[in-house]
Ligand binder design. Structure first.
Ligand SMILES: [Zn+2]
Length: 299
């Protein structure tokens, strides 16, 4: 039978996962979703695979903020965590882009406008541009009562006539900080999986991390500001049993393979005190599981 699969990347990742699982004595040609640990055979990468039995490309960080493909996960995990966590990562990034002059411009996004003469009425608007360097507000017919719309439009016209000043308040889309942080933890987990394979994903610490974003355990995501030159890398501190996965703006703290959960929790209280004792492992891989490194990793 000739597999009618989706793409080269699906095939590559599937094959490397199957190979890696064989190293664990798992018979048959299965790929295991690193997040929920369900097993899939190659039908899961065929075109037209049913949603309940389908493997999808996962990006880390999420694709919406420019992440790259690092792993296959099942469609259920991808969809569920995408709508709960990745969407909040994207919403937070959008907010930062709106307020931070050092970031790229945000895409136009929805918001609300409240005018002082009518503080009870919120007009739905589109916001484009960036705070501090000129923003553009427009109110459309959709989602607005015609009466509010004309008042809002009059006020917006007034802004352009009077040199850009306006009195009123803008409502920006809200995001959930905890979910956005868990989204980054998920990205850290996927990068560790891409780099260290099932050695990480199936280990006690790997399951501990994936449970944190699957079951919303009371897991405090710890993140540090990265220092220059250490973006997009994994820093492992074997002494403390923690590793730091860097994504541009954050270093996300994860337990390292040989750590006990207690040791990790202890290390999380003062993570930066371990930054002096790490080894640097670049994770800028093309994509895919690097290896089944059980023995070499645990030496
Ligand atoms: Zn899954």
């Amino acid at each position: 039978m000739k597999p009618d699969d989706k793409s080269f990347k699906h095939r590559e990742l599937f094959a490397s996962g199957v190979n890696a699982l064989r190293g664990y004595g798992i018979a048959g040609d299965f790929y295991r979703c690193p997040i929920c640990c369900s097993d899939f055979d190659e039908r899961a990468i065929f075109k037209g695979a049913q949603d309940a039995y389908c493997l999808t490309l996962e990006h880390a960080p999420p694709e919406s903020i420019g992440g790259k493909v690092v792993a296959l996960t099942c469609k259920k995990c991808n969809n569920d965590l995408g709508s709960r966590l990745d969407s909040q990562v994207a919403a937070r990034e959008q907010f930062f882009r709106f307020v931070d002059p050092n970031r790229p411009d945000p895409k136009p996004f929805p918001g609300t406008l409240t005018l002082p003469q009518d503080p009870e009425v919120k007009t739905n608007i589109r916001i484009s541009g960036k705070l501090g360097s000129g923003i553009n507000l427009s109110a459309g017919k959709r989602h607005n009562h015609p009466e509010n719309l004309s008042e809002a439009r009059n006020s917006l016209e007034g802004i352009s006539l009077s040199g850009g000043r306006f009195h009123g308040s803008l409502g920006l889309p809200a995001y959930d900080e905890k979910c956005a942080d868990l989204g980054f933890l998920k990205s850290a987990f996927l990068c560790l999986f891409a780099k260290f394979g099932y050695t990480f994903a199936l280990s006690a610490v790997g399951r501990f991390v994936s449970n944190a974003f699957l079951d919303e355990e009371n897991f405090e995501v710890v993140k540090l500001k990265p220092f220059p030159g250490y973006k997009n890398n994994i820093l492992v501190s074997e002494v403390s049993g923690v590793c730091f996965v860097g994504f541009g703006e954050f270093l996300v703290v994860c337990p390292w393979l040989n750590a006990s959960i207690e040791k990790f929790s202890e290390a999380c209280k003062a993570p930066d005190s371990f930054l002096g004792q790490y080894k640097l492992i670049p994770f800028d891989l093309p994509f895919g599981l690097e290896a089944i490194l059980d023995n070499s990793l645990r030496k």
